[in-house]
Design a protein. Structure first.
Length: 55
């Protein structure tokens, strides 16, 4: 059983982000909207105005 076998793609993204492996801008562009929100939350960069504007 692999480490991420039962994780959703979103959770895998969060795990990679927390490990600091999601620094590539191209990679960030390819994330879904939900993943971008989580990534920003994990990185501590989720600004409320941005969130409201995108929502």
């Amino acid at each position: 059983m692999t480490r991420g076998e039962f994780l959703s793609p979103l959770m895998i993204t969060v795990n990679r982000t927390m490990q600091g492996n999601l620094n590539n801008i191209t990679e960030l562009k390819n994330l879904s909207y939900q993943e971008k929100i989580v990534t920003r939350m994990v990185n501590g960069c989720l600004i409320p105005p941005y969130y409201k504007k995108q929502k």
